[in-house]
Design a protein around this ligand. Structure first.
Ligand SMILES: *[C@@H]1O[C@H](CO)[C@@H](O)[C@H](O)[C@H]1NC(C)=O
Ligand SMILES: *[C@@H]1O[C@H](CO)[C@@H](O)[C@H](O)[C@H]1NC(C)=O
Ligand SMILES: *[C@@H]1O[C@H](CO)[C@@H](O)[C@H](O)[C@H]1NC(C)=O
Length: 443
């Protein structure tokens, strides 16, 4: 055999081996095809434009460098500053910078975290302490029209870099700003959630190894387009409701995000105020974890707007495949805590105005966390069945925040922040679920 033909044979063989594997097989997520790029801008939109161009269209966007002029951006980049101002605060951190939702969490003094974060496999993830909220601010295009009426979480993410989230969805609108370091988001449109893999439906995340995607197990992925968002320090990303994403972080890495629920958008409210590009202190708005209850229930409404105890029972059971689910009677009690005597049926109109008060939602959360404690024994080691949630708003059976704060709030949540099938959203497939299916839009 000539050298030419044997080398031809050899290259054909190599090609065969390569061809056998689908694109991206056992490679990092996103290797299967070149990315589409997320829209980016250096402009500061007015609140109505932000709504029309991005929120309404369920369309992500990066605001390049908008934080760079803020004081917090200058200050929080220094460990010495953080130690001096917030060293006494208690914060939650997760063990394992590569998320797997079975790792444990721990509480640290912020100063102790600072001592260790460069040399340990730990990741600060959780509610921003109130003293930090006094310094944090959000862009002025978020301060009217209802964006801040339903703020459910403000979180801090801090590590020495090298964190990797699972591929997952969050069930709220997300505004994510990087103070230091860089984050890279690998994103898929919401309507691909079923095509990517079946486990999403109940878990809200995938078991995919983001460092080495098994394309034999997840064959559809190799043909699904993905978006890449590189978020550098000083940038903020608007990540819409239900977009599927995985996040890598690089360098000393600090980021802050808010999760909010977008109900109707009040244009007049925004028209009536003068819009100036700038930032507004976050501590003038109230942040209510309790709102996740409202959100969870509204997502389960039937086409006629009614919300039934059986549907809620089923949804939370699917979400907690390993136990910890409530009984039908428990869920009935929960309905009565919202509207006494409602007989297991609520209507979306019940959620308008202030018929159901924040206190009612708080009662529900407290009731649920009490049931969980009883089920597990009071001395449940907090972090153990504690699927961490990296980019995940804790789902609706989160323990009550503030007064009654259990160790590390993110710790005893079930491994799912979405937690319910979302056929209406995924069925549309036009990438614009807000237009006809985002439950809140109709309120
Ligand atoms: C999840 O991550 C933690 C922390 O890194 C590790 O101890 C644990 O073994 C991991 N679990 C699985 C199932 O990979
Ligand atoms: C591939 O996508 C189809 C259509 O969405 C879905 O029904 C199927 O379950 C997916 N296959 C796998 C293995 O996830
Ligand atoms: C951790 O490392 C970063 C650089 O990556 C440095 O800026 C920071 O001061 C270090 N912090 C501590 C406490 O060593």
């Amino acid at each position: 055999m000539s050298i030419l033909s044997s080398s031809l044979l050899l290259s054909v063989c190599i090609l065969c081996v390569i061809c056998d594997d689908p694109p991206g097989h056992m490679q990092p997520l996103g290797s299967h095809m070149p990315p589409l790029l997320v829209e980016e801008t250096t402009k500061f939109p007015d609140p109505i434009t932000f709504y029309d161009d991005y929120v309404y269209r369920n369309s992500p966007v990066i605001f390049r460098g908008i934080m760079k002029e803020t004081e917090v951006f200058a200050n929080w980049r220094y460990d010495s500053y953080l130690r001096e101002r917030f060293g006494h605060e208690e914060i939650g951190a997760e063990n394992g910078k590569k998320e797997n939702r079975t790792a444990t969490g721990e509480l640290f003094k912020f100063s102790a975290f600072l001592d260790r974060y460069n040399t340990s496999d730990i990741y600060m993830v959780g509610d921003m302490p109130l003293s930090m909220q006094e310094e944090w601010s959000i862009p002025s295009f978020l301060i009217c029209g209802g964006y801040t009426e339903n703020l459910a979480f403000i979180n801090v993410w801090f590590s020495s870099g090298g964190t990797k989230s699972v591929l997952h969805t969050d069930s709220m609108e997300n505004f994510h700003c990087v103070v230091s370091g860089r984050k890279v988001f690998v994103m898929f449109e919401p309507h691909y959630s079923e095509a990517i893999g079946p486990e999403h439906k109940n878990l809200g995340y995938y078991h995919i190894d983001v460092d080495a995607v098994d394309m034999i197990k997840y064959p559809n992925i190799s043909s699904i387009p993905w978006y890449k968002a590189v978020v550098n320090e000083g940038d903020c990303l608007y990540l819409p409701y239900l977009w599927i994403h995985h996040v890598d972080s690089y360098g000393r890495n600090m980021a802050v995000n808010v999760w909010w629920i977008q109900f109707e958008f009040d244009r007049e409210d925004c028209q009536s105020m003068e819009h100036r590009p700038g930032f507004a202190p976050i501590n003038q708005f109230s942040i209510s974890h309790e709102l996740q209850v409202k959100h969870f229930l509204l997502e389960l409404k039937r086409p006629d707007g009614s919300i039934h105890v059986e549907d809620v029972y089923e949804a939370q059971k699917n979400r907690n495949p390993t136990g910890d689910a409530l009984s039908l009677d428990n869920v009935k009690t929960l309905f009565d805590k919202l509207i006494p005597g409602c007989n297991g049926v609520l209507h979306e109109s019940d959620f308008r105005g202030d018929r159901i008060k924040i206190d009612n939602y708080r009662d529900v959360l407290q009731y649920v966390s009490r049931l969980m404690e009883e089920a597990d024994g009071i001395n449940r080691p907090p972090p153990n069945d504690a699927p961490p949630s990296f980019d995940a708003p804790p789902p609706f059976d989160a323990p009550p925040p503030h007064d009654n704060l259990p160790p590390y709030p993110h710790s005893n949540y079930p491994p799912n922040e979405e937690g319910f099938p979302n056929d209406e959203v995924e069925g549309g497939g036009d990438g614009h679920p807000h237009q006809h299916s985002h439950a809140q839009d109709e309120l």
